[in-house]
Design a protein around this ligand. Structure first.
Ligand code: ATP
Length: 354
């Protein structure tokens, strides 16, 4: 188990600046996720932590050790690849035992450790099977057992669930979490799936074109996004361009379309802003001291355990989400609708050039 510290990591590939000076700290025994869209630099960061690639500048520390230019095995990092990379001609047992044989452990020690690792991933009894005789989820478990059996200081997982179907993805997600908790091992996880990142992580870093936009717990990232990019990347949300038209201390008034909202908190300089409102924070019935905006019903969609009412406010679509709100009965397509939102549920953030 190890803590990891990245300081000012820069990495270029020819003309492409893949990482523009990344700082990150991963704590002892936490499951830390790098989340971001394709090409933002997740895999490059992971490979630099794994020791499979080296930065142009900056340092990587594992606890007190500078491991920037050490190989994977020297630094004690093991990466589980997206396609598992199992050896097809080897049995499950031999796949898992491989790294231990390289370390020249005794047969008895190898046997004991392989047994432990297969038990951990719940594959006892599968020792003699070959990878082609396993389901995708089972192959993944073998890959994880093979990684863990050498007792790495950190386990790195690059989009480990992307080759599995939706049901197995959920199952393996909990499995990875269970194994990580059971061992208390530091895990670095990479995904572009925000829901997966939220569900599995202790903390996560949201990346955007070679930079880290925000680091925090899933709750912090979801509820207190610090940038427009983070807000819009974390699930379905309303991000509405607006202008600051008045300021008093840390309170501002903003306008979008023909609507004006007073008394919002905002302290940044730029008057070009977005207002961010989570759909589930919008009420369809009056709420004391809430802001209200009236527009037209565009759509009402039933999702079973919640209902979405999409309102048009001028040319701006705003989505609200409610659990069986009785006020919905009164709504008609193209009819009038009023959204009530508490001021603390409206975030004002500087507009970014995304
Ligand atoms: P994905 O989710 O698609 O895997 P990512 O967030 O992991 O994306 P990286 O693979 O780290 O992104 O890539 C970051 C940037 O660096 C991209 O613009 C990519 O094209 C570029 N890049 C990565 N590896 C190389 C390479 N070996 N040679 C050239 N460019 C590279």
């Amino acid at each position: 188990m190890v803590s990891v510290k990245l300081e000012n990591i820069v990495k270029t590939f020819g003309e492409t600046v893949a990482l523009k000076g990344i700082d990150l700290e991963i704590k002892h025994g936490e499951l830390f996720t790098l989340l971001g869209p394709s090409g933002c630099g997740k895999s490059t960061t992971l490979r630099i932590i794994a020791g499979l690639d080296f930065p142009d500048s900056g340092t990587v520390h594992f606890d007190q050790d500078d491991v920037t230019y050490m190989s994977s095995s020297e630094r004690g990092a093991v990466l589980v690849f997206q396609n598992y990379a199992l050896w097809p001609h080897m049995s499950v047992y031999d796949n898992v035992a491989y790294g231990l044989k390289l370390k020249k452990l005794s047969k008895q020690e190898i046997d004991q450790k392989v047994k432990w690792a297969l038990e951990l991933v719940r594959l006892t009894g599968f020792e003699d099977r070959y990878p082609t005789q396993l389901s995708g989820g089972q192959q993944q478990r073998v890959a994880i057992a093979r990684a863990l059996v050498v007792e790495p200081r950190i386990l790195l997982l690059d989009e480990p669930l992307s080759n599995l179907d939706a049901k197995l993805r959920l199952e393996m997600r909990s499995e990875i979490r269970r194994i990580q908790r059971e061992l208390g091992i530091t895990v670095l996880y990479v995904t572009h799936d925000q829901e997966e990142a939220m569900a599995i992580s202790d903390r996560l870093a949201v990346m955007n074109v070679g930079t880290v936009e925000q680091v925090g717990t899933p709750k912090e990232i979801y509820e207190e996004p610090r940038t427009e990019f983070v807000a819009s990347f974390m699930g379905k949300t309303n991000v509405v361009p607006a202008k600051v038209v008045d300021r008093e201390g840390d309170k501002v008034s903003v306008e979008f379309e023909s609507y004006r909202i007073d008394g919002l908190t905002y302290t940044e300089k730029s008057d070009d802003v977005v207002i961010v409102i989570r759909p589930e924070r919008i009420n369809l019935h009056p709420v004391d001291n809430a802001v209200s905006i009236t527009g037209k019903v565009d759509l009402i969609e039933y999702y079973g355990f919640f209902i979405e009412v999409v309102g048009m406010f001028g040319n701006t679509r705003i989505i609200s989400r409610t659990i069986g709100d009785k006020d919905i009965k009164k709504l008609r397509p193209q009819g009038e609708v009023t959204f009530y939102i508490n001021r603390e549920d409206i975030l004002v953030l500087p507009k970014q050039n995304l």
